[in-house]
Write a protein of this length. Structure first.
Lengths: 396, 217
């Protein structure tokens, strides 16, 4: 056996065997069901796109994470690192003649060269939606409520969705008496989650201590709805105040539909992508140190494809959701009653008996020899039943 | 460790020179650190106020990034080299030193000549990512020689032209006839937090930051 080939798979990629695949598909179906219930239609886009299509988003993500290559015509192609850009392309190119809004969903694999993280290898599956052509608080609330609904439907009992508003921090930064270069330095520190560099830069550029304290405190605004009141106190401009008011309206709508217990205010959320324009949110499940999903409003993305338009959406990392469910003991165990049919004397009878079970809509497999109940349970869970064909056929 | 316990923080402390000043500030803000003073071979210590994990410094950012602990106390040097995605919340002010580019005294002409004729210089370091970022930002190409021990040796034996290393007093450099060419970045102990913990355990973390801020200033 020494010269057998065992190539394995490239780092960050892996196989899924039946037990996991069945659960993963079950989760996926649950989430698809919610999307359909809310009137969203599925879009399937190619795994490969022109690199220039994907570049606006990926360049902002430091550019190193695309899997790219040349095709025979010398065109630069890339594997999609996320789905939103492709959906924006579809909306701009394919749905341009249709009356908005468009409610679209997707379930698909995405690919990144980044170092793998928990539940996020170099290939991982995302399920998400985009609500295109609506730019109001109702649309924002719908997207947030739909995310909550998906996580609940998947069986996750404890999760939180932190909701922020990028316009608030942008307005706060704009209100500071500093140069555009200085603002870029501060934005970069925020994107890196580096509060130390942010504060050092701020103190070096802004002399007024009250402004510094307010700007610093703005970053830590997270918690219940009372945080919105604190945010109003800290607002450095009317724009910042308007951003908080908008978030308050969204929260009111979310609360009205019963999402209050699951949603937190988090005005410190920030993303590297410049195309985000309004609400921003992340979903957390306490056992996992990484968000299991997130999204926001990105009214600046569609313009990249020549058709400016409003849009909001989210993506859920299905593998991370699966891990969170498993860790909290709430992982779905899709119950399949499967019959293991054997006949040690006349194997053909096992085939006939299995056919009968299948006609009735039960899953059945044939064995030439008796199979232990223990093995059957290992293969198909506690719902497995072992049946001797002759016993069944004689009863008929 | 119960994951449902929302109030008690899980804290990673870096072994080594930062451990005792970190315990000192934790003591100052009211943490019971008696069990932490002499830990022996123990790796985890639970108190009524927090669960402590004592880890190798270079592992602390990894523990925090994955959410195995909520927060960590670790040097900026380790943080810069690890490139992990964590919240850097506070500069604690102790463990001060500096990342510096150094070379043998009087070697600058030779290094410049080498760069002009060969297009790169050889730089020995324990911090290849820090060195690479620094030189890339300067538009200079280098060959990095990763070492694990006394980096000061490299220029003395002709293994490298320059070194990137941590300098605190400058004594080791001086004893080996090395001089600082440029200071790259100041280093000190930092408080870091996991992304999700920072959101979900906001009250204990904000309280801790406020208390630490008061004693380290």
């Amino acid at each position: 056996m020494n010269d057998s080939i065992r190539p394995g798979v490239p780092a960050g990629l892996r196989d899924m065997l039946p037990a996991e695949a069945a659960q993963a598909r079950y989760l996926e179906e649950k989430i698809r069901g919610v999307f359909e219930l809310w009137g969203y239609g599925e879009v399937v886009t190619p795994i490969l796109e022109f690199e220039t299509t994907l570049a606006p988003a990926s360049a902002a993500r430091e550019g190193q994470d695309l899997f790219g290559f040349l095709d025979r015509d010398g065109k630069l192609l890339a594997l999609r690192p996320e789905m939103t850009t492709a959906i924006a392309r579809v909306a701009a190119e394919r749905l341009a003649g249709e009356p908005p809004p468009h409610r679209l969903y997707y379930v698909g694999d995405v690919f990144r060269q980044d170092e793998s993280q928990e539940g996020q290898g170099r290939q991982f599956k995302q399920a998400g939606i985009e609500l295109i052509g609506e730019g109001n608080a109702y649309a924002d609330a719908e997207v947030i409520l739909l995310l909550c609904e998906c996580l609940a439907a998947a069986g996750l009992n404890e999760f939180s969705v932190g909701v922020g508003q990028i316009d608030f921090l942008r307005a706060q930064l704009r209100a500071l008496p500093i140069s555009d270069d200085g603002r870029s330095v501060l934005k970069e520190a925020l994107a890196r989650h580096n509060r130390v560099a942010f504060e050092a830069g701020l103190r070096a550029m802004v002399a007024d201590d009250d402004t510094v304290v307010k700007a610093m405190a703005s970053l830590s605004l997270r918690g219940g709805a009372d945080v919105l009141e604190a945010a109003k106190e800290l607002a450095l401009s009317d724009d910042a105040l308007a951003a908080v008011d908008h978030l308050e309206t969204v929260f009111g709508l979310v609360r009205q539909e019963g999402g209050a217990g699951r949603v937190l205010v988090d005005l410190g959320i920030i993303r590297r992508f410049d195309y985000y324009t309004g609400v921003l949110f992340d979903a957390y499940a306490a056992p996992l140190g990484f968000p299991i999903g997130g999204g926001g409003r990105y009214d600046n993305l569609l313009g990249d494809f020549g058709r400016p338009g409003q849009a909001a959406g989210f993506a859920i990392g299905l593998e991370r959701l699966h891990i969170a469910l498993e860790e909290s003991g709430a992982a779905p165990r899709p119950e399949v009653a499967r019959y293991f049919v054997y006949d040690e004397t006349e194997p053909a009878r096992a085939m006939s008996a299995a056919t009968l079970f299948r006609r009735d809509g039960h899953s059945a497999t044939c064995y030439l020899r008796p199979i232990s109940a223990k093995l059957a349970a290992r293969l198909a869970g506690p719902g497995a039943k072992v049946v001797r064909a002759s016993d069944i056929l004689e009863q008929e | 460790m119960s994951k449902a316990d929302n109030s008690k923080l899980k804290v990673a402390l870096a072994k080594g020179s930062l451990l005792s000043p970190t315990l000192e500030v934790l003591g100052k803000i009211g943490f019971d650190i008696t069990g932490l003073q002499d830990i022996g071979r123990k790796l985890m210590i639970s108190t009524s106020q927090a669960d402590f994990v004592i880890a190798r410094a270079s592992d602390v950012p990894t523990f925090v990034e994955h959410g195995a602990v909520d927060i960590g106390f670790v040097g900026k040097d380790v943080l810069m080299e690890s490139e992990k995605d964590v919240f850097e919340l506070l500069d604690l002010g102790y463990g001060k030193c500096v990342f510096a580019l150094a070379e043998a005294a009087g070697a600058s002409a030779r290094t410049a000549g080498r760069y002009a004729r060969l297009g790169h210089v050889r730089v020995a370091t324990k911090y290849p990512k820090v060195a690479e970022r620094y030189f890339t930002s300067r538009g200079r190409q280098i060959e990095i020689i990763k070492l694990y021990g006394s980096v000061e040796l490299a220029p003395l034996v002709g293994l490298a032209d320059q070194i990137v290393d941590l300098v605190s007093t400058g004594k080791t450099l001086a004893e080996n006839h090395l001089v600082v060419v440029e200071e790259i970045a100041p280093v000190s102990c930092r408080l870091i937090a996991n992304y999700v913990s920072y959101k979900l355990k906001c009250s204990p973390i904000d309280a801790l930051v406020a208390e630490l801020r008061a004693v380290v200033r």
